[in-house]
Ligand binder design. Structure first.
Ligand SMILES: NC(=O)c1ccc[n+]([C@@H]2O[C@H](COP(=O)([O-])OP(=O)(O)OC[C@H]3O[C@@H](n4cnc5c(N)ncnc54)[C@H](OP(=O)(O)O)[C@@H]3O)[C@@H](O)[C@H]2O)c1
Length: 362
């Protein structure tokens, strides 16, 4: 539950008591989803009792509230991701927690604040942790739980890709595949807030219309299936919307090749995911006659590049929180799962056509 000082009187029965450096709660045994070797997540992860590190002068005791299961978390545990922690490690790279206690030198957060990780690798699938102050960003008050838990990876990725590769102006269009992914849903909403038109490619499925309706309600302008992307009828679409200057590729394989065919002259395709596990094939004519640019993006690298400039990260988080508070950015469709049921959640999150993000609640 969020701490609200104004509501302290009537809420005090339900909230932990506040002191300058700590929220007083009955101590409970910290637990974490730990893996000691790489492998299939449901097999190698174990929910274990763990010791909390000493708070020290610069530590921050955080009680985790909620943390999503993202594809990169799975790949990290499988040992196939570009960033692998030393083992044993705690799973999870993003999430939101509440500050319970701070060391005497900590100034940027206080007990009661909600915080998210600055970078990947913290291990967020746990009930409690002591993190360093530098590893955390404070969120504005009243950020909804699911938005907070899913903010620091996908919306940030969407925001950077829409901002950093092409000088897009209101009325311009972008195209993206896996438009129903967490990143894709953030792209739709942030692009709409920027006045951009989105062409959203998704895979066909039995409940297609339900998904189309949901993405439309987020602000998607055009939604097409992978099959439609290959059809000559696409030229009718481009009577209504300009050819995209930017393509965002989460999939690879044929899907990426087909998006490239529709890109504007000198446009850019940014690859940020490889869900089809197939390479990107570029038609020679697209390179020669359209001079398209092929780029890649990795949020982790962007954050590393800002290591001496934490303000750029906090500035982006504040802009995204502003969109959230204005109702222009919501969390992706989510299914909340208690931490103890992690194996079910992991299994479900690895199934195709789910269109929901599984969130572990602690
Ligand atoms: N580079 C970065 O900095 C960065 C940052 C964030 C995320 N990512 C990457 O972006 C990708 C999406 O992440 P997310 O959290 O948004 O994922 P998510 O919410 O779990 O969604 C996964 C998406 O991938 C699609 N998909 C799965 N298998 C596919 C296949 N074989 N062919 C085509 N589409 C397929 C799913 O479509 P269906 O519904 O049709 O199954 C869904 O749209 C992941 O690869 C992730 O690692 C990269």
């Amino acid at each position: 539950m969020r701490l609200g000082l104004v509501l302290w009187g009537w809420r005090s029965r339900f909230l932990p008591a506040l002191s300058l450096r700590g929220l007083k709660t009955a101590p409970s045994q910290p637990r974490a989803l730990v893996y000691e070797q790489h492998g299939e997540p449901a097999r190698v992860l174990k929910l274990k009792d763990v010791e909390l590190a000493e708070l020290g002068d610069s530590g921050v005791h955080v009680k985790m509230l909620a943390a999503p299961i993202n594809p990169s978390d799975i790949n990290m545990i499988q040992g196939t991701y570009a960033l692998l922690p030393d083992l044993p490690a705690v799973g999870g790279n993003e999430g939101v927690g509440q500050v319970m206690e701070i060391g005497s030198h900590v100034t940027s957060v206080k007990p009661g604040d909600w915080v998210i990780p600055v970078d990947a690798g913290l291990g967020t699938w746990r009930t409690d942790a002591v993190f360093s102050e530098e590893a955390l960003v404070k969120l504005p008050a009243n950020t909804p739980l699911l938005c907070a838990a899913t903010l620091c990876v996908n919306p940030c990725t969407a925001y950077r890709m829409l901002s950093d590769f092409e000088a897009l102006r209101p009325g311009d269009s972008i195209i993206q595949n896996a438009a129903n992914s967490g990143v894709g849903q953030a792209v739709i909403q942030i692009a709409a807030a920027m006045g951009l038109k989105t062409i959203n490619v998704i895979r066909d499925r039995p409940n297609l219309q339900e998904l189309v309706d949901r993405l439309t309600s987020l602000g998607a302008d055009h939604i097409i299936t992978e099959e439609m992307l290959r059809k000559p009828e696409m030229k009718d679409l481009f009577k209504k919307v300009p050819k995209p200057q930017l393509a965002l590729n989460c999939v690879g394989g044929k899907s990426a090749t087909e998006m490239l065919r529709h890109l504007q002259h000198k446009g850019t395709m940014v690859t940020y995911g490889g869900m089809a596990k197939q390479p990107v094939t570029v038609p020679v004519s697209t390179l020669i006659f359209k001079d398209v640019k092929l780029r890649g993006f990795w949020m982790t690298q962007w954050k590393r590049n800002q290591v001496h400039n934490k303000d750029s990260l906090t500035g982006m988080i504040l802009k995204l929180c502003d969109l959230i508070h204005k109702g222009q950015l919501t969390a992706p469709a989510c299914t909340k799962v208690p931490l103890k049921d992690y194996a079910i959640a992991l299994e479900a999150s690895m199934q195709p056509y789910t269109s929901t993000k599984h969130i572990l609640v602690m």
